[in-house]
Design a protein around this ligand. Structure first.
Ligand code: SAH
Length: 392
């Protein structure tokens, strides 16, 4: 059950988590913030891979594929599609329940694949009109079954429902030719701002400590035209495989990839001395939108915050004097964000650096220290946090 401070029926966050979110948005209304998490932002962003194609040409190609796309006001390589909805959809009788992960894509208009099915009415046959529900009973889409329920449940493979109407509608970015050709990379606006704020320069040694699937590392590579030395670490083999696919699609072969536990880089890679560290560690992901529902406890929060702090101290160890750390999370709690920055500045490890970029209207800049915070309710983006620090 949600804690007593929690007004949301969808976000099962205990009181500690709610307090940590409220602490980060002292003037925000927790109810609005939590309810904004159940909806997608109205813009779906992609980054143009300017190593392969110009922004204007990418716009033309996307429009040739039948989608309207717009240029962002702040970042030249950022384009966005408009997300439509919420659409009203009517139940079609036969029912399918998708798991949370699949539901969060299906509600945006993606097709439902068999591995994402929790259960389905046994009489569903190929060609039937069906309704797709989330595990918490929300009607999220309707469509046509591409196979029978028993086939989907037995094989656990392939397309199950071709979605025709969904709660929200956004272009199927990963089905576009421009994606397949590596001309665009789906990435949220705050994520792109991370690499933009890093302002890496040619010749720098850049370390991305938690890099897979490579969104930020490939962006830094793009912005430096491949002239920085980029070392990308991650401890997950499967995520590193995904990263290799991403980089080969984007036509990038200059990033040095290592499988490692990044909490021990100074011990395991003693030669590594960074001018810039990008640190985007595991987090509660409380800012990610849209969520069908979510559950987080004080234990999740404190263990992740503790994990994040280990990476921050390690970043300090591998940085050169005066080197920069760009820290980010897709979480909206105080303990995963401001608390770290306040502490490591007070402890004398780092000093804050003012973001050198016009962020008017897209984010708040911290009053105590100049961190960047995206409020999912105010800014129509995922909830997100970025801080730029200099090693002292
Ligand atoms: N920066 C990435 C997203 C990173 S998500 C991007 O922009 O695309 C966080 C990553 O941290 C995950 O890939 C996870 O595998 C990795 N990670 C978690 N614990 C780690 C550890 N101890 N050492 C290295 N990587 C770790």
């Amino acid at each position: 059950m949600p804690g007593s401070l929690n007004p949301s029926p969808f976000m099962d966050y205990d009181d500690t988590v709610i307090r940590s979110i409220s602490q980060a948005y002292p003037h925000g209304d927790i109810e609005n913030i939590l309810s904004s998490l159940t909806k997608p932002p109205s813009r779906l962003y992609v980054r143009v891979n300017t190593l392969k194609i110009s922004v204007d040409r990418a716009v033309e190609l996307i429009e040739e594929e039948g989608y309207r796309v717009y240029m962002d006001e702040h970042i030249p390589e950022a384009l966005y599609f408009i997300v439509e909805g919420p659409n009203s959809i009517a139940d079609r009788g036969k029912r399918v329940v998708a798991d949370k992960y699949a539901s969060e894509s299906v509600m945006m208009g993606s097709n439902l694949y068999s591995p994402g099915v929790v259960k389905c009415d046994r009489d569903i046959l190929k060609g039937d009109h069906v309704s797709i529900y989330s595990p918490n009973g929300m009607l999220i889409a309707v469509g046509v079954a591409a196979r029978s329920c028993s086939d989907a449940m037995e094989t656990r493979k392939g397309l199950f429902v071709k979605v025709s109407e969904s709660l929200y509608t956004a272009p199927p970015v990963r089905e576009l030719e421009v994606w397949k050709n590596g001309y665009i990379y789906p990435q949220s606006l705050p994520s792109m701002i991370v690499s933009r704020l890093a302002k890496a320069e040619p010749g720098w040694t850049v370390v991305d400590m938690c890099s897979a699937p490579g969104g930020k590392a490939s962006h830094v590579y793009q912005l430096t035209l491949g002239r920085a030395s980029i070392y990308a670490f991650d401890h997950s083999s499967s995520r590193l495989e995904r990263m290799k696919d991403t980089l080969s699609r984007l036509g990038i072969d200059g990033i040095k990839i290592f499988k490692a536990d990044s909490r021990y880089l100074s011990r395991d890679y003693p030669w590594l001395k960074a001018d810039l560290v990008i640190l985007d560690p595991p987090c509660t992901a409380t800012g990610v939108r849209p969520k069908i529902y979510d559950r987080k406890t004080s234990k999740d929060l404190y263990s992740l915050a503790n994990y994040q702090r280990q990476f921050i101290y390690e970043a300090h160890r591998i940085l050169r004097d005066n080197g920069l750390l760009v820290y980010s999370t897709c979480s909206i709690t105080f303990h995963e964000n401001e608390a770290h920055i306040i502490d490591v500045v007070e402890e004398g490890y780092f000093e804050p650096v003012k973001p050198d970029m016009d962020l008017g209207g897209v984010a708040f800049i911290g009053r105590d220290l100049p961190w960047v915070r995206f409020d999912p309710y105010i800014h129509d983006t995922p909830g997100f946090f970025i801080a730029v620090l200099r090693k002292v």
